[in-house]
Design a binder for this molecule. Structure first.
Ligand SMILES: Cc1ncc(COP(=O)(O)O)c(C=O)c1O
Length: 431
């Protein structure tokens, strides 16, 4: 199975020890379910591996964009993680959950004056400045507030992660950060160090997502260390933090590698120590920003089959009661998923079906060409695995379909952490 929280007993799937059928009876369909113990386990793996690899001052910050609601902040906060936040909405959610915002890092390549002010007023610990124009704005606004703000500077190392183009963010022509290659990063640092209302705590870079080894991190660390050295020579400045971003992958399909996170982080640590030794440079405290690898395999989506359509000589469809409104990732970038019938795990898949949703777009596909048993009936339960990241957080109200609830499972108990929306919720803002 893709993850150890998935088991099969008497031909039936169990997720975090619970049966999908029971969960649907209790909470309705369609439904996101999440496994709290798995989230906590991943937080601890990151925390412990980072301390072992980089030292006590290094830590993970959870990339909230992967899956953001109050209970997520309570869970990651209680595990000692910081948070990467990218909007006033994420900051407000974290605050409402009682999360310590001094451990929040505010990203985004496009922050308005008002957003910068709100973030500073809320007490966000660090703003990750995306470029020259923005750092001038941060300095001006914090000056008006009579404060000084800790910042990280987002640098583009020019690394290709070799995963999906849509999630590659570290290339020279990226919309994020200032590039080393063009000389803009060096100018950015010189400017930031000269401003009175910002305190430069370090550098940030993020290269891509769904990476399965240390190679991408090591390549970007190599570039960043050379940059740190050149800035040390130019300005005598050494960063407290080197934030290498997020990006570790998960298993969406059986063919995906089963990554040993701790071993991979140890590899990055060994590289940093060796390279810093060669460069006669102190090793900076390291921050990693895992999102997908904390949340994805802690989640699953349960649907009910509404319709099976066979077009002889062409295609077969299984249409469920959700779709691109709750999981737009195949429509966006043909993301792979594993689809199963939780009550028929022992039956062999013999026919290929496109598993599609209920939304008014032909592109509303959850996964094409899925091998399933020949006879599938209206009313059956269908599960899409590994949906804990970038599903709930990317959900939309297209077709005015209410968003799904999120049910969190812990030690055999299931509780609603985000309630199901009603049609009334949808027009609550209409006048
Ligand atoms: C700056 C930054 N940090 C962290 C992440 C999280 O990446 P992942 O969910 O792949 O770990 C992203 C994802 O887009 C990102 O842009």
């Amino acid at each position: 199975m893709l993850c150890k929280n998935l088991t099969v007993k008497d031909g039936r799937l169990r997720f975090a020890g619970m049966e999908p059928g029971e969960l649907m009876r209790a909470f309705g369909s369609p439904l996101y379910v999440m496994d709290e113990n798995r989230i906590r386990e991943k937080c601890r793996i990151y925390r412990d591996a980072m301390i072992a690899a980089f030292g006590e001052t290094s830590f993970p910050i959870y990339a909230s964009k992967a899956c953001c609601f109050k209970e997520m902040y309570r869970i990651i906060g209680s595990e000692g993680l910081g948070a990467d936040v990218v909007s006033i909405g994420e900051i407000a959610t974290a605050k409402a959950a009682g999360f310590d915002l001094s451990k929040a890092f505010y990203h985004s390549n496009s922050k308005s004056d008002e957003e910068i002010r709100l973030a500073a007023e809320a007490g966000v610990g660090y703003i990750v400045a995306d470029g020259e124009e923005e750092i001038r704005a941060i300095d001006r606004i914090l000056g008006e507030m009579g404060k000084r703000q800790k910042v990280l500077l987002r640098i583009t190392p020019g690394i290709d992660p070799h995963t999906y183009a849509e999630v590659a963010t570290g290339l020279v022509d990226s919309k994020f950060g200032e590039a080393i290659e063009t000389g803009q990063a060096a100018r950015f640092v010189a400017l930031a160090l000269s401003l009175p209302h910002v305190e430069v705590a370090g550098y940030h870079c993020h290269v891509g997502s769904q990476v399965h080894d240390a190679d991408v991190f090591i390549r970007s660390a190599e570039k960043m260390l050379a940059f740190i050295d050149s800035m040390r020579k130019a300005h005598g400045y050494l960063p407290e933090f080197l934030d290498l971003g997020g990006g570790y992958g998960v298993r969406y399909e059986e063919s995906d590698p089963d990554l040993d996170l701790a071993a991979s982080i140890a590899e990055i640590g060994a590289f940093l120590k060796k390279r810093c030794g060669e460069m006669d440079m102190p090793v900076p405290a390291v921050i990693l920003e895992p999102g997908r690898s904390i949340a994805a395999d802690a989640g699953m989506t349960l649907y009910t089959v509404n319709c099976v359509k066979r077009i002889p000589g062409y295609k077969n469809y299984v249409a469920v009661d959700g779709g691109m409104g709750d999981n737009p990732r195949y429509a966006l970038y043909e993301a792979p998923y594993t689809v199963v019938l939780p009550r028929r795990m022992d039956e062999k898949g013999t026919v290929r079906y496109d598993v599609v949703g209920k939304f008014c777009e032909s592109g509303d596909v959850i996964q094409p060409g899925v091998l399933l048993p020949e006879e599938i009936r209206r009313g059956e339960i269908l599960a899409v695995l590994t949906t804990g990241a970038y599903n709930y957080s990317m959900a939309s109200h297209y077709n005015r379909v209410p968003k799904l609830p999120v049910v969190m499972i812990k030690d055999g108990e299931a509780r609603v952490v985000v309630r199901r929306e009603t049609p009334e919720d949808l027009f609550a803002f209409d006048v």
